[in-house]
Design a protein. Structure first.
Length: 346
């Protein structure tokens, strides 16, 4: 007797491929283990022991984010190996702004048809980002959803949880006269890529074309991963004198710095205190983008801003430089709400 029944695979979902992906990524996830991790991948939920991680009176902090339309460039070029770090960085760089140490991470990878090789490359890059940030990749979800995504397309989201001892949350103690220190970015990071793509289209450039601002293809140059600021930022916090941190993501300096300032305080920022990196000069020139738009859309060369006590500024700048950061003293906190810029981006 012949059956005319159909299977889940006939409907476009390959459970065996999903299982193969889990087996392939287990070593990468295991390499991120840290104190507090209680179990390997494969359970219905992931366990984490806060006491084993060194916390006796913890407050948990959670963050979630994605990579945005930067994924489009990665998918179109096949350069997938930095996207995982982008995902991790967008979450853990937010956590550290609250004064929290990232502890663990979970990812969500959704696609129309699962490629085990591509999925593994992405998750392995997530694991590398987690290891660099000191947090464990303890779980995730791979969703194969035919009909929801075009062939070859996928989406990424991430979820990070961190902790701090009670009473140590940031921002705290921000006052007029505090010094603003900007840490250099590694490029566009993971915000503003809809505008980046529009600029490339306007310039008549393909991702395989030579980048006008780098010795590589345009696609590769724009896929430089988001910088991870976790370990240097935590070192600065623990050294004392850090009152606040602002991760410069969507909204740029203009929108993100005010998030960590009291309502009656603002900032004076000297735009000539750091050099605009080549990718941003190209974007501004090729797109005819006004300075105000650059500062509101992109990180414009600063991926993290620290608000620090004036009497600790020199020592913290030295500490951060010793951690490998390029540090710029960009201004100070002032009375009166709002960001006031002087000078020009150049």
């Amino acid at each position: 007797m012949t059956s005319n029944g159909i299977s889940y695979r006939d409907a476009g979902v390959d459970i065996d491929a999903g299982n193969a992906l889990v087996e392939r990524i287990k070593p990468a996830a295991a390499a991120t283990a840290r104190p507090g991790v209680m179990d390997a991948l494969g359970g219905f939920g992931a366990l984490f022991d806060l006491k084993a991680a060194g916390y006796d009176d913890p407050v948990l902090v959670a963050a979630t984010d994605g990579v945005g339309t930067k994924l489009r460039i990665g998918i179109d070029t096949g350069h997938l190996d930095g996207l995982g770090q982008d995902l991790v960085a967008m979450c853990v760089n937010d956590l550290v702004c609250q004064g929290a140490e990232p502890l663990f991470f979970l990812d969500y990878f959704a696609t129309g048809k699962l490629s085990v090789d591509e999925g593994a490359r992405v998750v392995e890059s997530i694991a590398r980002g987690c290891k660099a940030a000191g947090c464990a990749l303890i779980g995730g979800e791979t969703a194969e959803m035919p009909g929801m995504y075009h062939d070859g397309d996928f989406d990424l989201a991430g979820f990070a949880v961190g902790a701090m001892q009670r009473g140590t949350a940031l921002p705290a103690g921000v006052q007029a006269g505090d010094v603003l220190m900007g840490l250099a970015s590694d490029g566009v990071h993971s915000n503003g890529y809809s505008l980046v793509r529009k600029v490339a289209e306007r310039a008549g450039l393909q991702w395989s074309d030579a980048a006008p601002f780098a010795d590589t293809s345009l696609g590769e140059a724009l896929l430089v991963p988001t910088r991870l600021y976790v370990k240097p930022a935590l070192a600065a916090i623990r050294a004392g004198g850090v009152h606040a941190l602002a991760h410069i993501t969507g909204g740029g300096v203009t929108e993100n710095l005010p998030r960590v300032l009291p309502k009656d305080l603002g900032a004076d920022i000297d735009l000539s205190s750091w050099a605009l990196s080549p990718v941003f000069r190209w974007l501004a020139e090729a797109g005819g983008i006004e300075q105000s738009e650059m500062l509101k859309t992109f990180n414009s060369g600063l991926g993290m801003i620290l608000v620090v006590s004036a009497d600790r500024a020199d020592a913290l700048a030295e500490l951060l430089a010793g951690q490998g950061e390029s540090v710029h003293r960009i201004g100070k906190v002032t009375q009166g709400a709002g960001i006031r810029y002087s000078g020009r981006l150049a």
